[in-house]
Design a protein around this ligand. Structure first.
Ligand code: SAM
Length: 270
């Protein structure tokens, strides 16, 4: 390998054929699939993706690696140089749905998932490699210490499936952490109707902002009026001394709806 891996770009290149094959199989590609790969690196996944699907776009931040792909002159490959978090996905992905495949740089993986949540309608399937702790958080259910904002929001928009765990030795250089591959299938509509999605996110964020606090306190600290919080919790039959991490998706949805209604009537009565 004549490329020296760059730590600042989270470069841990996959070199384990069995893991590469599992990722490709999980992507469920067909010859007409349109594929996006984030961080193609030295092309371990890219080459296999090109064997399966005729249309591949890649987003890569490292200029040296971008140059290597450009020199290939492969008409099936569209190369976008830049930061995946800054690029406008809707400008690039003009013919949805796409399949997204990525061995993500670990330092930006949660931010990529938040961006995916905002663009879930562009994708039909996503297969992504994460640090194992992040994968556990995405897939966690209520009452589990890994359960958090991303678990609730992912459960709202996606079916998630843990594809495989990956040991450090499957990469060059080996990372210090274990990894895992997760497959996401976007739902055609949110699992439950949430109304105002931005408001729903605000409620979930507030509920998890101080994990050890009761809902009554953490929602209050999140900017919701104490009386609105009290009546909304009573309305949906949720004990105000429970913690946010014990609520399932359905409870979050009813709580957000009740908070929205109570806040509206409080604002109207002002
Ligand atoms: N796909 C390759 C593989 O599996 O061997 C490389 C994976 S490596 C973990 C992450 C890749 O993402 C690197 O190629 C790195 O340069 C690239 N990268 C890092 N930060 C990025 C960003 N913000 N936007 C786009 N690509 C990024």
């Amino acid at each position: 390998m004549d490329h020296r891996p760059k730590k600042r770009f989270g470069q841990n290149f996959l070199r384990d054929r069995s893991i590469l094959d599992k990722i490709i199989a999980a992507a469920e590609l067909a010859p007409q699939s349109r594929v996006l790969e984030i961080g193609p690196g030295l092309g371990a996944l890219t080459d296999l993706l090109l064997e399966e699907a005729g249309n591949l776009q890649v987003i890569e931040l490292d200029r040296d690696l971008v140059e290597r792909f450009r020199q290939r002159n492969d008409p099936r490959l569209q190369i976008h140089e830049g930061d995946v978090l800054r690029l406008d996905w809707t400008a690039i992905l003009t013919e949805p749905p796409y399949t997204l495949v990525a061995n993500l740089p670990y330092n930006i993986s949660s931010q990529v998932v938040f961006k995916l949540l905002d663009h879930h309608m562009l994708f039909e399937r996503m297969v992504l490699m994460f640090q194992k702790e992040v994968a556990d958080r995405l897939c966690a259910g209520p009452g589990n210490r890994d359960y958090g904002i991303l678990s609730v929001l992912c459960a709202l928009y996606f079916d998630l499936e843990m594809v495989t765990r990956v040991a450090p030795g499957s990469f060059y250089p080996p990372p210090k952490v274990q990894s895992a591959v997760v497959a996401f299938t976007p739902l055609s509509a949110p699992r439950l109707p949430v109304g105002d999605e931005a408001f729903f996110r605000r409620v979930v964020k507030a509920a998890f902002a101080q994990r050890r606090k009761t809902l009554r306190n953490t929602l209050g600290a999140g900017g919701f009026n104490a009386e609105v919080v009290r009546t909304a919790l009573a309305e949906v039959g949720i004990d105000p001394t429970r913690r946010g991490e014990t609520l399932d998706l359905k409870e979050f949805v009813s709580l957000a709806q009740a908070l929205a209604t109570m806040q509206e009537s409080a604002d109207a009565g002002r």
